[in-house]
Design a protein around this ligand. Structure first.
Ligand code: SD4
Length: 338
């Protein structure tokens, strides 16, 4: 599978079609054009299920096992765990799981969370030496009375549950980190290489929603820094009556607006998935001003199986798999990279 950089090169050469917005609008609602917000009346709409969506091009790879589970009548919860595990275990992905970029001291430190249709959730933050933090997050949800474990405690819990410790710093990410150390310039500008969290949302054939989110966070972050991805309500939120949302991009900005919870809340008030994601991005712009030079992207899936997304800058894509399609699409966005 092509990585994101290759894909961008291809699009620049005109070798692949860039779908900007129209696809998302058509599957969302035909009223999403422009800034006017259309209130959706979902009561009598048929539910399109199952569906799985996930962030960035690695979503294509992640949707394969997730879809297999959904298509065989399995649960959204199992699907969103199995899907993102594939990306966590891919050493060539430099922003999730093994092979993830380390913090500035060379430690690969992972954040993840998972949430189900019953409102149950689990999370781990700053977890080291465990390849699949999403599965540890699920254990936190199912086997403890808590929601989040961090650092050493999360690692000890994982080991007690039979997870194997391993070195997550691959040769390639070590070389890149050593190169970075030459200048040690810390600029958390996302969208080019130091991003690519995977967030996944699914609705199963029972009509139940679940979501997952997992990342190595910002490349060369301060030791101990935790972003939005493991924080329920920021990187991920699920309300089985309404819908689910997940986020990618600069975590600090997403946390400041309780991003994913806001997106779900807006859908509760009648916003379509795309409109809700757009409004969340606009709230971030309100805080950070028009000069915000970092990427933010939200995805949302509602109870009817409609989905959408929106980003601050262009180039945010996501994978969609349902009975009729298995493809990547680009979200609408606020502004171009200059
Ligand atoms: C973080 N939100 O740790 C993550 C990074 C990310 O795409 O999403 N990158 O802030």
């Amino acid at each position: 599978m092509k990585n994101r950089r290759d894909f961008l090169k291809l699009t620049a050469l005109g070798g692949a079609a860039v779908v900007t917005g129209s696809l998302i609008q058509s599957c969302d609602t035909d009223k999403t054009k422009g800034t006017a917000v259309s209130k959706q009346d979902n009561k009598n709409k048929p539910i399109q299920k199952p569906v799985v969506i996930s962030t960035w091009d690695h979503g294509m790879q992640a949707n394969i096992p997730a879809w297999e589970i959904l298509n065989n009548g399995g649960s959204a919860l199992d699907a969103v765990e199995a899907g993102v595990r594939v990306v966590e275990s891919d050493p060539n992905n430099s922003s999730v799981g093994i092979g993830g970029a380390p913090d500035r001291e060379g430690n690969v430190s992972l954040d993840a969370c998972i949430m189900d249709h019953k409102g149950m959730c689990g999370a781990v933050a700053a977890l080291e030496n465990i390849e699949n933090p999403i599965s540890v997050a699920r254990k936190v949800m199912e086997d403890t009375p808590h929601v989040m474990l961090v650092g050493k405690g999360a690692l000890e819990f994982a080991i007690s549950k039979g997870f194997e410790e391993k070195n997550l710093l691959t040769e390639d990410s070590k070389l890149k980190w050593e190169k970075w150390l030459e200048t040690s310039k810390y600029e958390p500008i996302i969208n080019i290489e130091n991003h690519d969290t995977i967030g996944m949302l699914a609705i199963d054939s029972e009509g139940n929603l679940s979501g997952s989110c997992t990342t190595s966070g910002l490349a060369y972050k301060l030791r101990g820094r935790v972003g939005d991805s493991p924080i329920i309500g920021a990187g991920l939120f699920v309300d089985n009556e309404i819908g689910a949302a997940c986020a990618t991009g600069l975590g600090e900005a997403i946390i400041r607006i309780a991003g994913s919870a806001i997106v779900v809340e807006l859908m509760r008030h009648g916003y379509s998935p795309t409109e809700a994601c757009k409004e969340a991005v606009e709230r971030i712009i309100k805080i950070h001003g028009k000069d915000a030079a970092f990427q933010i992207g939200f995805l949302a899936l509602n109870k009817q199986g409609e989905y959408g997304g929106y980003s601050l800058f262009s180039q945010f894509n996501f994978a969609i798999t349902n009975k009729s399609k298995n493809e990547l699409a680009y979200t609408e966005y606020n502004k171009e990279w200059t």
